[in-house]
Design a protein around this ligand. Structure first.
Ligand code: NAP
Length: 264
């Protein structure tokens, strides 16, 4: 049975990781504007405190829980603190992520490792305690922020794309179990969003959108009881999904040519 639970602010609070900038920050403001109490996590506590101040006067509020998502014990402890302070997490958006463009011929071991530790292990670190807590109350909604870069391998994305493909697969696999516990899991696959993460991208970014537009698309998807995947912008997503079904020989040729990577 598919779970159709859509969390509201009457069910508890929202917890957003990676909320100190970009997509997470805009999403936190959007939810607080609509009356949610939003717990926010990232390493930069100064930026989280600034976000809290910015949200003063909104219908809901921002509550600061600084931390590094790659720290398993810290994430468990924050989950417990949120449950005590804000009556439990009804909506988790596991959004914290890093992107380092990789030159496949000169890989940076620290960047590869950090990508896995934040994007994959960091997501697992918030997922597991939240699933335990939601299981106990019998409902919940979880959205994992992956990327369209998880659909297939792309230039510069050997580390990033591997973690994002892993997150899509993880969300699909979890859905079989979480549905049974009335916990709705979704995966969010944005295209290019204009944030600090993409500011130094060494290639043109088609269909680039603002963090405000990304937050609005995510809100629509979270409210759609039937949506498993929240992917945007639609035209770009359609093109990438078409590429996904191409045979390898055609895929490599088309992507190499359209990105200019075959000549660089
Ligand atoms: N921008 C895009 O085009 C795009 C496209 C597809 C998917 N995404 C995904 O969307 C999510 C948000 O990205 P964004 O574009 O908004 O990037 P961003 O502005 O750089 O935000 C990344 C957030 O993750 C946090 N973070 C990084 N490492 C962390 C750690 N170890 N522990 C806790 N928090 C950590 C950062 O905060 P601190 O540095 O303060 O810790 C920041 O709040 C990421 O998962 C990204 O992969 C982005």
């Amino acid at each position: 049975m598919t779970c159709k639970f859509v969390a509201s602010h009457d069910d508890g609070c929202a917890w957003i990781t990676g909320a100190s900038s970009g997509i997470g920050r805009m999403l936190a403001l959007s939810l607080a504007n609509d009356g949610w109490q939003v717990a926010v996590t990232a390493r930069s506590s100064d930026k989280l405190e600034a976000l809290k101040s910015e949200a003063e006067g909104l219908a809901g509020g921002i509550h600061v829980y600084p931390g590094d998502v790659s720290d398993t014990a810290a994430m468990k402890s924050i989950c417990n603190q949120i449950a005590g302070d804000l009556s439990g997490v009804a909506l988790l958006v596991a959004n914290a992520g890093v992107y380092y463009p990789q030159d496949g011929l000169n890989g940076n071991a620290d960047e590869w490792r950090n990508t896995v530790e934040v994007n994959l292990t960091g997501t697992i670190n918030v997922l597991l305690p939240v699933i335990d807590a939601m299981k106990a109350v019998g409902k919940g909604q979880i959205a994992i922020v992956s990327s369209v870069a998880g659909y297939r391998g792309l230039p510069t994305s050997a580390a990033y794309g591997a973690t994002k493909a892993g997150l899509i697969n993880m969300a699909e696999a979890l859905k079989f179990d979480l549905d049974k516990a009335n916990i709705r899991i979704q995966v969010i696959n944005p295209g290019f969003v204009d944030t600090p993460a993409t500011a130094d991208n060494p290639f043109p970014m088609p269909y680039l959108i603002s963090p405000e537009t990304a937050a609005s698309e995510i809100r629509k998807g979270l409210a759609d009881a039937k949506a498993f995947e929240i992917a945007f912008p639609k035209t770009f997503v359609r093109q990438l999904k078409l590429l996904r079904i191409l045979p390898y020989w055609l895929y490599f040729k088309l992507v190499g040519r359209s990105t200019g990577w075959d000549k660089s």
